[in-house]
Design a protein around this ligand. Structure first.
Ligand code: NAP
Ligand code: G4F
Length: 343
């Protein structure tokens, strides 16, 4: 019988790549989708026709229990979150509820449906469902060392980073308290043509495409000096799957080990379209964050050694892929907010 996976965040960037990867591996894939008439669900259904949909919301404990009861998954991937860092200052409480408390609700749903009692401790009562939590390099925040490993201290710099740290520690706690196979992937920034238009990579590649096609002349950005370790989302979802196939439940850092600044990203994207970025980019203090994460750089040695995981797509290939895809999308009359650049 096919193994069954339940993915929260199915309408997001990673949900789509993970669903495709698991379908290729022969899984029966279920996506948790929220809302009465969520347009992102209809888009997802069109593009990922083989994914089954179960209704639920990370804010609603009962709905998660019902979803786990109905799907009877072998693996649960908790990708659902408010994931845009600036929004986490604007709606800090909602971020704590979805991105932080949502992890607790999902773990509780699994614990209850697996029949693991609170009093039984970890004595062989693990249940069968394996759980993946989408942790983030944002937890490192103001970094204490570079590159960052699985044991680097956390110093989150946003309500989002704080909520992710809660989810991370809680996942570890459920592993220790109940013997659950519950792991966190500490993923560094990963991008693709399906990335939301609010994140800097996609904002830049869409901006480049609009300028190239004469639709606008200017791109307004915030802090150009921040540095990130950017990889390709399609590579990173494979690491999520590998973590749940491992012999023992452990956390892993996933990234490329190479850093680039936003300025270098901008240069690469404009150059890919044959444009001079200095003629088009303006900076705006209003787009700076209340507290910035200046640099993030992964040390993915453990994932390479224990999971055999390697990123395949380079930074330059990623930027070129995204610029090309956005040029195609806009030339074909697509609306990036509605269509994104799905397949
Ligand atoms: P994304 O594109 O922003 O997707 C977020 C998903 O969360 C969407 O499917 C959204 O569904 C869902 N969601 C939001 N609120 C929800 C709720 N109340 N209940 C259930 N689902 C809800 O994010 P992504 O880039 O794919 O990232 C996936 C996960 O990895 C996130 O947890 C993110 O924080 C984490 N992460 C991402 C990166 C990265 O660089 N991409 C790095 C580290 C960690 P709707 O369509 O209903 O809004
Ligand atoms: O693309 P970003 O918005 O991503 P950020 O904040 O690094 O977060 C992403 O990666 C995390 C993993 O480290 C995930 F957990 C999280 O969910 C999300 O996927 O911003 C990247 C950098 C920041 O330093 C920001 O200040 O780009 C800088 N930046 C400069 N101008 C800008 C802009 N970011 C955005 N979004 N828009 C700008 O105009």
């Amino acid at each position: 019988m096919a193994r069954r996976a339940l993915i929260t965040g199915i309408t997001g960037q990673d949900g789509s790549y993970l669903a495709e990867h698991l379908l290729e591996q022969g899984y029966e894939v279920w996506g948790l989708a929220r809302g009465q008439a969520n347009p992102r669900v209809s888009r997802m259904r069109k593009l990922l026709a083989d994914v089954h949909v179960v209704r639920g919301d990370l804010l609603d404990q009962g709905s998660l229990i019902s979803a786990v009861e109905r799907v009877q998954p072998d693996e649960v991937y908790n990708l659902g979150a408010i994931s845009f860092v600036p929004m986490s200052w604007e709606q800090a409480e909602l971020t704590a509820e979805v991105t932080g408390m949502g992890v607790l609700r999902m773990l509780e749903a699994i614990r209850v449906c697996s029949g693991v009692s609170r009093s039984s401790g970890s004595a062989g009562s693990s249940g069968q469902i394996r759980f993946y939590q989408a942790s983030s390099s944002e937890m490192f925040g103001q970094v204490s060392e570079t590159p960052q490993t699985e044991s680097t201290a956390f110093h989150p710099r946003s309500p989002y980073g704080v909520a992710k740290a809660y989810g991370h520690f809680l996942t570890q706690n459920y592993r220790e308290s109940y013997g659950m196979f519950a792991v966190s992937g500490i993923l560094f920034n990963h991008e693709s043509p399906r990335r939301g238009a609010e994140f800097v990579t996609r904002k830049v590649t869409l901006g480049v495409a609009r300028i190239k096609l004469g639709l606008t002349a200017q791109l307004r950005l915030g802090n150009l000096e921040a540095r990130r370790d950017w990889g390709f989302a399609g590579d990173y979802v494979k690491a999520m799957h590998l973590m749940l196939q491992a012999g023992s439940p452990e956390d892993y850092v996933i990234g490329t080990g190479r850093m680039k600044s936003v300025r270098e990203l901008v240069e690469a994207a404009f150059t890919a379209a044959g444009l001079d970025w200095e003629r088009h980019v303006v900076t705006d203090r209003a787009l700076h964050r209340p507290a910035e994460v200046d640099l993030l750089c992964a040390d993915p040695k453990k994932a390479r050694a224990q999971l055999g995981w390697e990123p395949r797509v380079s930074f330059d290939e990623l930027v070129a892929m995204m610029v090309e895809s956005d040029l195609r999308l806009l030339t074909d009359g697509g609306d990036p907010d509605q269509d994104s650049s799905w397949p």
